[in-house]
Design a protein around this ligand. Sequence first.
Ligand SMILES: [Zn+2]
Length: 334
Amino acid sequence: MKEYYIGIDIGGTWIRIAVASKDGVIIDRVAMRTPREGDRYTIANLITETIRASFSKYLEYVKAIGIGTAGPMDLATGVVINAPNIPIHSFEAARPIQDTLKKPVIMANDCVAAVWGEKLFGLGRGYENIVYITISTGIGGGMIVNDLLLLGKMGNAHEIGHMVIDIKGKMKCGCGGYGHWEAYAGGANIPKFASLLLEEWALSSEEKESHVYRVHKEGLLTSELLYTAAKSGDKLALKIINEINRYNVAGFENVINLYDPEIITVGGSVALQNKELVIDKIREGLKKSSGVVTPVPRLEPTPFERDAVLMGAIALAAKPPQNLIKALKYLQIP
Ligand SMILES: [Zn+2]
């Protein structure tokens, strides 16, 4: 008897959908741009139409559907509320898909999904204490502590990107707070923080010759440009990245002290596209750190690369954690 599971990754730019076997092998997949405008049902409607059009031959054998979505959210109702990184900020993520396709839909925050995927299918296998951290447009995390997937009262127990790592609050975060980790090291904010450093620092005449400095003066600095320049040997770019990594190390130190993980896997475009300049440097920083009170855990890039959330969504569908099922009040299991 065939048995399939569907995973859905709802991100700020892309929605990815895959059909997989129970052990997480992807059989078929499709990706589309996240709608820029519409109402609270636009995203769910697009997903159900796409599943019907692309995966009709599997649908009969699909046992459950998992969703990993950018948040914040209310798990009880399956609604995403005021998500800063999704163009339609508030929408019904789960119930319309469940009602239309007549399959149970298990949803969670994207990083929460990703850490569950890591536990079932990835580097987290065999561990009871696992953290997943994404360094992407923003910074987020998912945690499993003593085999329990952490959720919180509404499903938002992991907003590590908004932990304060600078009490002077030099940088303002997209959420409105000051001194938050992602305001320094999240992809959307890196150009602003880099520009602030370039204005603050007393630069040598050689540094002012740097491509990065010229682009900054034109107001065109991006994170991609900064990391590309560092890879080609631009010393000023490296100096900025070293400074950003001090904040990353502080963030990781806090996470290690809070959750005492055995392993941390890292995803997100900023980290995965610049593994040597981000993940390796954080690992080096943690080795030298005196800021952690517990042994430093294993730190690795996620083996799923950009599919970390998608694999997590498949994992939620294939083997949903009991505490999550309890939290999803809308959920109907036939
Ligand atoms: Zn914030």
